[in-house]
Design a protein around this ligand. Structure first.
Ligand SMILES: [Zn+2]
Length: 565
């Protein structure tokens, strides 16, 4: 064989080898993981008849629909759900036990992803305490953000390892915690700053923004909503709640009102960006940013699987402010359906849905507004009013038992009561005894279903019930408080640091644990699955499908309907 022939042979072998590597039909080019913040499992089919083509209808009619998926942890809050989706495990393992918890070393409440080592890349994009309506966001003392407090590996982490750093991994959301948790420790996260109206990130991820992010922000997309209003998409008569727009229990947010049209105000109004987040505009902006990201970062263009998480936040804000059974929630979901359709169409063109595995779920469900349930004759539903609690008799009983009363308790921060462990030790008292006594007193209050001592959980001396198991799955010895408080079904605190809201999730009851799970694209067959599954199964399914090892704390089971496609 002469030299020329040899060269040709080598080139041919290289070409075949390369083609062989590149043509793996078993791997998707892109995993698109969508999380709808506060989407209860029943909501998609409830409004199905008004969905257009290509959004929820595509998922429901062409994808796999798991209709009986429930979280199994007790505190159904946003970071807890997102971290569970990303890591495929429970808060006892991934450590995100609540949106905020009391850090005993620091002696203060901390926000789940705050990290003062990693400052925001945009000056002035920090939470503005004077306008921020999400009280959990105001807890962080600095503007730094990172996924460091998430204690388990994520799907993105496993992809980074398995594909030797060649996968592009991103998380996008209006909420910082919605983006950061899903991007994991290895991916990159972008979220919306209400202070600047821009998508921002921290120096955990970048030293400086990619040019396309600077460009996107410079274009001032939010301002196109200036002076406009959130209008109904369909004729009012078409909606289930068309004649129930003005309800007394809906929140009358300044300048936004309780009825359509909801004005966003002018772009220079201090609540302008906040009002955007209380409407479909938030998800439309998230879509715009995600599209730019897919295009500029060239997601799904080569044979190494990439990952994009998009967490849509408006459903949650609208649910809190107006309740899930409101005209606003109904219209918002129909508009989200259009946003999803646009996203899927864009991905189809850029990557091809046959190469894209879509998974959609939610971080938690949500309760009905007590006022709405009262109207339907269910009289037990009510807001739990902490200022109406007569604490004195309980405090007196604790005092007669232990010598001190209110000094035993540091604070209540959903879902935990934190005791003053130092004071308890100084007084020579037994921590477990005090926890049991305070828990017993708490259970005497109307509206409290259960108060569970952490010492009792840790020493396994509680009855083995569904609720206890859910509380145990939420228990992390460093971060959990001393007593877990469960309110009765349809009873919750509706005061978010002064702002009275219509509904608040965070319970272990089925309306808060129930979420939909859809898989579609990448050859997934249509089907409706009614057997019980969990959202923790999603991460296990993705890692199994990719062939990587499971996430470090994985408790989920790979979903066979997806793997056997
Ligand atoms: Zn949420």
């Amino acid at each position: 064989m002469n030299q020329k022939c040899q060269n040709l042979l080598v080139a041919l072998v290289l070409l075949l080898f390369h083609a062989g590597l590149g043509a793996d039909p078993e791997l998707p080019k892109l995993i698109l993981q969508i999380t709808v913040d506060q989407l209860r499992g029943d909501q998609p089919q409830r409004y199905a008849k008004h969905f257009g083509n290509g959004g929820f209808r595509y998922l429901m009619e062409e994808g796999l629909h798991y209709r009986n998926a429930h979280y199994q942890h007790a505190n159904t809050e946003t970071i807890v759900g997102h971290a569970s989706l990303a890591t495929g495990t429970v808060p006892a393992v991934h450590g995100m036990v609540a949106n905020v918890w009391f850090d005993r070393e620091l002696g203060r409440l901390v926000y789940n992803i705050e990290d003062d080592r990693y400052r925001l890349l945009t000056v002035g994009a920090d939470v503005d305490d004077s306008t921020e309506i999400d009280p959990t966001q105001r807890v962080a003392t600095g503007d730094g953000r990172s996924p460091s407090a998430i204690l388990s590996s994520t799907v993105t982490d496993e992809m980074a390892i398995y594909f030797g750093g060649q996968s592009k991994l991103f998380g996008v959301s209006v909420k910082d915690r919605g983006a950061v948790a899903m991007a994991g420790h290895a991916g990159k996260a972008f979220w919306f700053s209400k202070a600047t109206g821009e998508f921002v990130s921290s120096n955990y991820y970048y030293e400086r923004y990619p040019d396309w992010v600077v460009e996107w922000n410079r274009a001032g997309h939010p301002s196109r909503y200036g002076g406009q209003s959130w209008e109904l998409m369909l004729d009012r008569s078409e909606y289930l709640f068309g004649d129930q727009d003005d309800r007394p229990y809906e929140t009358n947010f300044p300048g936004f009102g309780r009825t359509f049209p909801h004005a966003w105000g002018t772009a220079d109004d201090k609540y302008f960006t906040t009002r955007l987040t209380l409407s479909p505009a938030a998800d439309q902006l998230t879509l715009d940013f995600a599209k730019a990201l897919i295009e500029k970062e060239q997601l799904g263009r080569d044979e190494v699987p990439d990952y994009l998480s998009v967490s849509f936040s408006a459903t949650d804000y609208v649910g809190h402010v107006f309740g899930p059974s409101s005209l606003e929630a109904e219209d918002n979901l129909l508009q989200l359906d259009r946003t999803l359709a646009k996203l899927f169409a864009f991905v189809d063109k850029a990557v091809g849905l046959e190469h894209t595995l879509i998974v959609l779920s939610a971080d938690h469900g949500g309760p009905e507004t007590p006022g709405f349930l009262n109207e339907l004759g269910m009289r037990n539903a009510h807001y739990f009013k902490t200022d109406e609690m007569d604490r004195d008799p309980a405090i007196q009983r604790l005092k007669s038992q232990f010598g001190i009363g209110s000094e035993l308790i540091t604070m209540y921060s959903h879902p935990y009561v934190y005791l003053d462990r130092k004071e308890i030790a100084n007084q020579g008292l037994d921590q477990a005894e005090v926890e049991d006594a305070v828990a017993k007193e708490l259970m005497g209050f109307r509206g409290i279903a259960l108060a569970v001592s952490s010492s009792a959980l840790a020493s396994n001396r509680l009855p083995d019930t569904l609720l206890m198991r859910a509380v145990l799955r939420n228990y992390h010895h460093k971060r959990s408080g001393d007593i877990y408080v469960v309110f009765e079904p349809n009873v919750f605190i509706n005061d978010m640091d002064g702002l009275t809201v219509a509904s608040t999730h965070g319970s272990p009851w089925r309306y808060d644990t129930h979420v939909p799970i859809f898989f579609a694209g990448f050859g997934v067959d249509h089907g409706v699955v009614n057997r019980p599954v969990t959202p923790y199964d999603i991460a296990s399914t993705l890692t199994a499908l990719l062939g990587s090892k499971p996430t470090s704390g994985a408790i989920g089971q790979p979903l066979s309907e997806v793997l056997d496609r």
